[in-house]
Ligand binder design. Structure first.
Ligand SMILES: NC(=O)c1ccc[n+]([C@@H]2O[C@H](COP(=O)([O-])OP(=O)(O)OC[C@H]3O[C@@H](n4cnc5c(N)ncnc54)[C@H](O)[C@@H]3O)[C@@H](O)[C@H]2O)c1
Length: 288
């Protein structure tokens, strides 16, 4: 069992009194992160669309560290000016930020590739551009401060294996993956920087996003499990924080990802995993 002291010795960005900004912090994985980081003594800036849920989340985080350790900033991450304002408020209130978690996301399905351009753009504005807005607003000042820092962007396995179902979501999360990989590369080439980027890849997690369920499905992890796994992975220095869940193990995820990239290498049709001519070969591959 890892102690808080071990976490904070390995990850100085998470020192008590340091500041974490979490978008989508009013629910699910973001709220679980806020509570855990507050329990480490960090100050928390919760950014989410305003309303009762953000108020409740703020109360829950304040109950851990005290009223003066949490700042709620109603923010629509799809709007660059609102994310800039979030940064002004965070730096204005606390002076420095050492962890940015670009985590806000939506999963509503706009439909087929040729339908609902407006809804497609809205989803990409939140899930992808929201991440970019966060990096633009915070990274320059985090770099200038020169302190140890972390930027964690929440992606998805759906951005890697791109299963049929919600193409716009897959596109947004593929973009977050590629952007975060490039961000990590750019940061490690900044002379003297102590700021690193990481891609959080949750598995099936019981949150507001897992629609329909009134209680946690057996296959799902909780947000708290995801955040414990994230902290352990950060301690190992991992860039890809690939979470399992109660159904998908790491070896299963590895095979699914290998099959997906194998479509190109083996010259199979796109998404061959779901193609009737390749279903048996995929099943055999998974059993191997
Ligand atoms: N739950 C899962 O199984 C799962 C799996 C993989 C990835 N994810 C990703 O994890 C992240 C967190 O999702 P979650 O599962 O905790 O869902 P959630 O719905 O519980 O939390 C998402 C939060 O984002 C906020 N949000 C939505 N639009 C916003 C906007 N425009 N500006 C600011 N905040 C906004 C919501 O109000 C909500 O509080 C998302 O990026 C999601 O895509 C979730």
């Amino acid at each position: 069992m890892t102690t808080d002291a071990e976490i904070q010795t390995t990850l100085p960005a998470l020192a008590s009194g340091n500041v974490a900004v979490i978008t989508g912090g009013a629910s699910g994985i973001g709220l679980a992160a806020a509570r855990r980081l507050a329990s480490l003594g960090m100050k928390i800036v919760l950014a989410d669309i305003g309303g009762a849920r953000l108020d409740e989340a703020t109360g829950a985080v304040a109950a851990i560290g005290g009223d003066d350790t949490v700042l709620a900033v109603p923010t629509d991450v799809s709007k660059a000016d609102e994310v800039d304002r979030l940064a002004e408020k965070a730096f204005g209130a606390f002076g420095a930020v050492s962890l940015l978690m670009n985590n806000a996301g939506v999963g509503n399905n706009p439909g087929k590739p040729w339908e609902n351009r407006g809804a497609w753009k809205r989803l990409l504005d939140i899930n992808y551009w929201g991440v970019v807005h966060g990096v633009e607003a915070f990274a320059p000042r985090m770099l200038a401060a020169g302190n140890p820092g972390l930027i964690i962007n929440t992606g998805s396995k759906q951005g890697i294996t791109t299963p049929p179902g919600n193409l716009a979501y897959n596109v947004s999360k593929s973009a977050v993956k590629t952007f975060t990989e490039g961000l990590a590369h750019a940061l490690r080439n900044e002379l003297g920087a102590h700021l690193s980027a990481h891609l959080l890849i949750p598995g099936f997690t019981y949150t507001g996003l897992t629609e329909g369920a009134t209680q946690k499905p057996a296959g799902a992890w909780t947000g708290e499990q995801v955040i414990d796994f994230m902290l352990a992975s950060l301690m190992h220095g991992d860039f890809y924080i690939l979470c399992p869940d109660n159904e998908a193990t790491r070896p299963m995820d590895e095979k699914r990802m290998a099959w997906a990239i194998g479509d190109i290498i083996e010259n199979r049709p796109a998404l061959s995993r779901w193609h009737p001519d390749h279903a048996n070969a995929f099943a055999a591959f998974m059993k191997r």
